[in-house]
Design a protein around this ligand. Structure first.
Ligand code: PLP
Length: 359
């Protein structure tokens, strides 16, 4: 298998893929694939509710929250959040931390008043603003933050306390990478395709008091109350993606849960950041040290030519997905939950070797 450092869709645990392969044609002696089954049947419903139960257990989701499986990716949540929660006379507050926060802001502006509560744009989005920097508008509907900026490689460590104002988190690229206090949030959303499974399902964790009839005309499928009332079975859900997410969650549980993932991810991230920091300036981390992501490690080399050479040579040696996003340049190693410590060790070895040949 390739050394897969793709930013998303991303590596899945090998055991999960192998087990799914075994069950692909016939799911548990049912005479058919899970993909061929009715979403109203008992076999699929068991998978559906088991996936939800496991997510609740692994994220310690408190009572009073609904877990929804929806479609359209996190990008659709950029619209659904303001469509459902932004009401006349209120302002949506966003923390501008990078590329994905900016997309969320642009989308929210289609639906009402938006204020930027804090921004690191002046620092090229190399850092996460401190909680004290947040300035809320007078009547805030909610505060939205991007837990991990996948492109810049920055991540929140301590989420701000927003009091009675609901905090909304886009956790697409770091959900379940470590324990998180869900009770700090009014709503969390995440596309599954990095830490939770294949693309096609989006997870929404929403506090029940925020589930209400939206103002104005909102399409039925874009209302949280539609999916909450129907346990995410209002229409045909992405059954195979939900099944795969459940299998990934079983793997997370078998590997120590959220705390186990945090230990594994910190070890992997530390190894890469140590390799960067001990390179005498050959490699330069993009993100400020205090804002570094344990999911996406972004770094640069002295020249773009050398970066191109790194990308080319690493690819020839079986490393996939290391070229940085075009908006930031440089290189990026995405080391989501399923990326093995062995693969990260192999990358650190390649980095040292590349330096010794080009330093
Ligand atoms: N938010 C973040 C932080 C992301 O990393 C991504 C995708 O990479 C998205 C949102 C968009 O997700 P989707 O492609 O599921 O719409």
């Amino acid at each position: 298998r390739a050394y897969n450092f793709n930013a998303g869709p991303a590596a899945l645990p090998l055991e999960v893929l192998q087990n799914a392969q075994k069950q692909f044609v016939e799911y548990e002696e049912s005479g058919m694939s899970l993909m061929e089954m009715s979403h109203r049947g008992a076999v699929y419903e068991k998978v559906h509710y088991e996936t939800e139960t496991l997510l609740r257990e692994l994220m310690s989701i408190p009572e009073g929250y609904k877990v929804l499986f929806v479609q359209g990716g996190a990008s659709t949540q950029f619209a659904m959040v303001p469509m459902n929660l932004l009401r006349a006379g209120t302002t949506a507050a966003y923390v501008a931390t990078g590329s994905w926060a900016t997309k969320a802001i642009q989308e929210a502006k289609l639906f009402g008043d938006v204020a930027v509560a804090a921004s690191s744009e002046a620092d090229a989005y190399k850092r996460i603003p401190a909680a004290e920097e947040l300035k809320l508008p007078s009547n805030p509907a909610y505060v939205h933050l991007t837990s991990n900026e996948t492109i810049e490689g920055t991540q929140w460590t301590d989420y701000p306390d927003t009091g009675s104002v609901p905090l909304i988190g886009d956790m697409s690229s770091d959900i379940l990478c470590r324990p998180v206090d869900v009770s700090k949030f009014g709503l969390i959303y995440a596309g599954a395709q990095k830490n939770l499974g294949p693309s096609g399902v989006t997870i929404v964790i929403i506090r029940e008091d925020l589930i209400a009839k939206p103002e104005g005309a909102v399409p039925t499928m874009l209302r949280y109350d539609t999916h909450a009332k129907a346990d995410s079975l209002y229409n045909t859900p992405p059954t195979f993606a939900i099944y795969m997410a459940g299998e990934v969650l079983k793997w997370v549980k078998a590997n120590g849960g959220a705390a186990g993932m945090a230990a594994r991810n910190n070890e992997k991230a530390n190894l890469l950041y140590d390799t960067i920091d001990s390179s005498g300036g050959f490699y330069r981390g993009f993100a400020d040290a205090g804002s570094r992501s344990i999911m996406n490690v972004t770094f640069r080399l002295a020249t773009e030519e050398l970066e191109k050479q790194f990308a080319k040579e690493s690819e020839a040696q079986g490393f996939v997905g290391l070229k940085g996003h075009r908006s930031v340049g440089g290189l990026r190693a995405s080391i989501y939950n399923a990326v093995t410590p062995e693969n990260v060790q192999a990358l650190a070895g390649f980095m040292r070797d590349f330096q010794s040949r080009n330093g």
